[in-house]
Design a protein around this ligand. Sequence first.
Ligand SMILES: *[C@@H]1O[C@H](CO)[C@@H](O)[C@H](O)[C@H]1NC(C)=O
Ligand SMILES: *[C@@H]1O[C@H](CO)[C@@H](O)[C@H](O)[C@H]1NC(C)=O
Ligand SMILES: *[C@@H]1O[C@H](CO)[C@@H](O)[C@H](O)[C@H]1NC(C)=O
Ligand SMILES: *[C@@H]1O[C@H](CO)[C@@H](O)[C@H](O)[C@H]1NC(C)=O
Length: 346
Amino acid sequence: MQTVVLLFMMGILDLSISQRYSQFQWLSHLRGRRQYATWQAEELDCPLECDCPSAYPTAMYCHSRNLQHIPVVPSHIKYVYLQRNHITSIQDGVFDNATNLVWVVLFHNQLSSDKIGKNVFSKLKNLDRLFLDHNELTRVPPNLPNSITDLRLGHNRISKILSKSFEGMANLTTLHLQANVIEEVGGVFKGLKSLTMLDMRKNKLRKIPDNLPERLQQLYLEFNNIESVPADFLTMHPKLQFVRLAHNKLTDKGLPSNVFNISTLVELDLSFNKLEKIPVVSRNLENLYLQANKIKEFSLGSFCSTVDMTNFSKLKMLRLDANEISAKDIPAEAAYCLRRVAFIDV
Ligand SMILES: *[C@@H]1O[C@H](CO)[C@@H](O)[C@H](O)[C@H]1NC(C)=O
Ligand SMILES: *[C@@H]1O[C@H](CO)[C@@H](O)[C@H](O)[C@H]1NC(C)=O
Ligand SMILES: *[C@@H]1O[C@H](CO)[C@@H](O)[C@H](O)[C@H]1NC(C)=O
Ligand SMILES: *[C@@H]1O[C@H](CO)[C@@H](O)[C@H](O)[C@H]1NC(C)=O
């Protein structure tokens, strides 16, 4: 695990190393390595454009070097870093010998869906993470291996998700689809038995996706066009803990009563909507964001149906600023019910 973390830091986080090379320095570095390579058996099949340090014999570093094509990946490589290049296509076959690949990192390139071969990823039976964010994809790549647990497709131009896109991906735990132009998803997430996190911020959704997987804990839907929440939304998804719906078009009419009064919920973000009332929430809720709505009254009953010494809300964070109420609208009994809230932002 430690090695994996180190690889991650070298390959992704520590971009400063590669950025320090000017193009010219880069060339002399290449030449130096070439002479040296005969000493290093592993490096022999390392493509010239990349680095395969002997300290990390299963990693191949090819990031930030103006590449337009994916170099041939040798069969012993498990982790390939290709981010921040100008790669526009992936032809069928480039990964054919690299069936041990576990991570493929391709974010910040210029990949378009029409230029990705139909079966480029399908033979990678060990693929665990596939990072394709910040590209120009208009579709989810077809035939993704079922072994993937972390799939990143954010910041692309995906508008539609075909019904079979995620079929059989029973090990997928996190799915990033933020900053695309998706209007609707139908039931595409249904079979994702292991999915715990779904990020669909900054899309064009008009409703909450149907058939969300049962294990889902974190649902991020900020910056969409959602107007309402289905009545059974949280009772159907009993594991949800974090629900973020800020910057949508929610009104009181779109929220069935008690829809958020669910004991598993820890955080609920409804800020920057058009709510006029504080929705009823469970006593177990810890963070509630309601700033920048049109709330006109402070209803203590939304937090505690009865107020006594033993029955109180677990709320720690309550934001109500930029609404149409002020501190004098908060009744004195709020101090009993909301005893864990340090101060209420109004
Ligand atoms: C795959 O490996 C074989 C045997 O080492 C080699 O002949 C072939 O060129 C390789 N193919 C690719 C696409 O690298
Ligand atoms: C899914 O994960 C389980 C447990 O880690 C593993 O045994 C199984 O092979 C994985 N499935 C695929 C298709 O990789
Ligand atoms: C919220 O749900 C709890 C538990 O189901 C229930 O006791 C409580 O009365 C509900 N709150 C309101 C205001 O309906
Ligand atoms: C808290 O209030 C509910 C009704 O809202 C009641 O059923 C329950 O017994 C109370 N719990 C305690 C510990 O007083």
